[in-house]
Design a protein around this ligand. Structure first.
Ligand code: GLP
Length: 252
């Protein structure tokens, strides 16, 4: 695991955007696994800026998103379809037909999950998977205590996740209770992983992710077993790592 410490959120966003743009420049037909949440917003802004300057071309890229809420239409501003379109896709030259997000409106959710796994397989797998880190240690919407070998599936969101994500909704009652998420298995099959973490609120869970036991109680801890992970975390997110592992911290 390669850990890159950034000074602050802006620096984290730039460094992570550099990793993604290098991937696209070197491999223009890359399949990017993309994430939502507030953490990646600065990365998307930076990539849009470099696209406008002519530095990076997304015309050959395909993308698969990690997750989507159940029962929100793609036009709902809180849906991840809407988030991706508004915050990234409509500003760059990616082919909309090559951008994929799970369908949380599907009548038959199990069939939708199987379709999504097949789609990832048909694309040849994910070349670079971007991940944020939930306060519960979730990646995508893989909540604590789920089995590590799940493929795409429906999840009941933990109360903590519902309350964390309520900041994007008018009231907590509007936050969906269920979501469809790519499973840990698909995430672990990505060739490269880029985990981005910002802020002191994530500091304890980041330390557990990087140096704690590999356990479903901290879903992101499985990343310790992946052969090609880059973590870009800002200084406040790295606080607990520095406190608990001064030797490792000093080596950064
Ligand atoms: C949501 C998403 C995750 C994301 C997490 C953290 O729950 N499903 O993919 O990593 O939020 O979000 P934030 O970056 O806003 O802290």
């Amino acid at each position: 695991m390669k850990i890159v410490e950034a000074t602050d959120y802006k620096d984290m966003s730039r460094k992570a955007a550099n990793v993604i743009s290098a991937q696209v420049i070197l491999f223009p037909r890359s399949v990017l696994g993309l994430a939502t949440g507030s953490t990646p917003l600065g990365i998307y802004r930076q990539l849009i800026d470099w696209y406008r300057k002519g530095d990076v071309d997304f015309s050959g890229v395909s993308s698969v998103n990690l997750d989507e809420y159940c029962k929100l239409s793609p036009e709902n501003p809180q849906s991840y379809h809407y988030y991706m379109k508004e915050n990234f896709f409509r500003h760059i030259n990616i082919n909309p037909k090559k951008t994929f997000v799970p369908n949380g409106l599907a009548e038959d959710i199990d069939a939708e999950c199987r379709r999504y796994d097949k789609l990832i397989g048909d694309l040849g797998g994910i070349d670079l998977q971007l991940l944020g880190l939930g306060n519960t240690g979730h990646i995508g919407f893989n909540e604590p205590d789920e089995s590590f070998d799940k493929t795409t599936h429906q999840v009941a969101l933990k109360q903590k996740t519902i309350s964390d994500n309520s900041r994007f909704f008018k009231s907590i009652d509007e936050v969906p209770k269920f979501a469809v998420t790519m499973g840990i298995k698909a995430i672990m099959q990505a060739k490269k992983i880029l985990l981005v973490v910002s802020g002191d609120k994530k500091s304890e869970i980041l330390e557990k992710t990087l140096y704690g036991p590999v356990t479903p109680a901290v879903p992101a801890s499985i990343l310790q077993l992946h052969p090609n992970v880059t973590v870009v975390a800002d200084r406040s997110a790295m606080k607990a790592v520095h406190e608990k592992h001064p030797a490792k911290g000093a080596a950064l």
